[in-house]
Design a protein around this ligand. Structure first.
Ligand SMILES: Cc1ncc(COP(=O)(O)O)c(C=O)c1O
Length: 373
């Protein structure tokens, strides 16, 4: 049997990793500014993370959601404290797409409505509802295209309000910062207007913090820069540093009904151990602060060049938009300079480094970029 060939691969096989470093099967060291696509939050193979997960595996690896799992309760309590959402509740699942799927479903149950407003250049995942609110026709199959979704431009609050006026909108879904769409940051004012509009028209504001959350932008969630409290916040990626895990934070106005949401693997012991270890490390190593400090350095130090159109981002979620196709630059960074980076579209290099990136590592990248430009 062969693998179903849907990924474009780099010809490279990482076999070991530590912190922001990765080694391939030939012993070559790389600097990881991609974090396995924003997943590695506290650094690869952090000793505390490894110890907590291994220890959990020796005790009990899995049981279903039909029993009391104190690790889930502890995660809910600590996540509430660290994020400032102590009065919200937590539903645990397995991925970013599943979190968005659950958020949209819950918004629809809660309001009794069925339409959703999403934004141009959005990415919310690949399951049925999540891909329907993703603005990329290439990945939306006819089966997924049946949902009632209206796409508006970021910052166009009048278009949002006009659509809300029809009265059938259950949710407005927006990323804290658009990642795959090219590091587009909604203004604080726009987020506040969306929040007001959702309250006015009885819709739920769903903040997709799958990529922008968990400390990446220098606040626990990116939307906290705007001071709003959305109805539902969705999480994934960095929550358990690579052990599959996702979840949604749900405002107190939602009523839980037995059986309305569910999952086999969500909230399992290993994912919970990983997620608790991540919070330990984020807290003890002050990684949210570090993301802001090192990210601000990168944002202000990436060299000006006539090949670069704009550098934008917050904390360690950074896009370097070029005036040209970045594929050759990215290849050079990877194969000659041994630095992993991400992309967004054809003209942007996207940096999604682990939150423990050091100043020295950041400087090394800046110097290397200067050299190759
Ligand atoms: C903003 C955002 N939402 C949702 C997802 C989907 O997450 P997953 O691939 O874990 O389903 C992603 C993945 O890149 C994302 O960036």
């Amino acid at each position: 049997m062969e693998l179903f060939d849907v990924y474009s691969l780099f010809d490279l096989t990482p076999v070991r990793a530590l912190g922001c470093k990765v080694w391939d099967d030939k012993g070559q060291e790389y600097l990881d500014l991609y974090g396995g696509h924003a997943v590695i939050s506290v650094g690869h193979s952090h000793p505390h993370y490894v110890e907590v997960l291994s220890d959990q595996l020796r005790k009990i690896g899995f049981y279903s959601n039909s029993v009391v799992n104190p690790l889930q309760q502890e995660l809910a309590r600590r996540l509430g404290e660290v994020s400032g959402y102590t009065d919200y509740s937590l539903f645990l699942d397995n991925s970013g797409a599943e979190s968005n799927e659950n958020a949209l479903k819950l918004a629809s149950f809660h309001t009794g409505k069925d339409a959703v407003i999403a934004f141009r250049k959005s990415f919310h995942g690949r399951t049925s509802g999540a891909v329907a609110v993703t603005d990329n026709p290439k990945i939306v199959s006819p089966f997924n295209a049946v949902h009632k979704v209206t796409f508006c431009d970021l910052e166009d609050s009048w278009a949002v309000e006009k659509r809300l006026m029809k009265g059938d909108v259950a949710a407005v879904i927006i990323e804290g910062i658009q990642g795959c769409g090219g590091i587009n940051i909604p203004s604080d004012e726009f987020l506040r207007t969306l929040d007001d509009l959702c309250h006015k028209y009885g819709a739920v504001l769903v903040l997709d913090e799958v990529q922008s959350g968990y400390g990446r932008t220098g606040r626990f969630f990116a939307h906290q820069w705007a001071g709003i409290r959305p109805g539902i916040i969705t999480m994934g990626k960095g929550i358990a540093n690579g052990f599959p895990c996702g979840g949604i934070l749900i405002s107190p106005e939602f009523k839980a009904v037995k059986g309305m949401l569910g999952t086999t693997f969500g909230g399992n012991y290993l994912a919970m151990a990983g997620a608790l270890a991540v919070l330990d490390i984020i807290f003890s190593e002050r990684l949210v602060n570090n993301a802001l400090t090192v990210g601000s350095y990168l944002l202000s130090s990436i060299p000006a060049s006539d090949r670069i159109k704009e550098v934008r981002g917050r904390g360690l979620m950074i896009g370097i938009e070029f005036n040209e196709d970045v594929a050759p630059i990215r290849k050079k960074l990877l194969y000659e300079k041994h630095i992993f980076t991400g992309v967004a579209g054809s003209n942007m290099i996207r940096l999604l480094a682990p939150l423990c990136l050091s100043m020295d590592e950041a400087r090394y990248f800046v110097d290397t970029l200067k050299e190759i430009l």
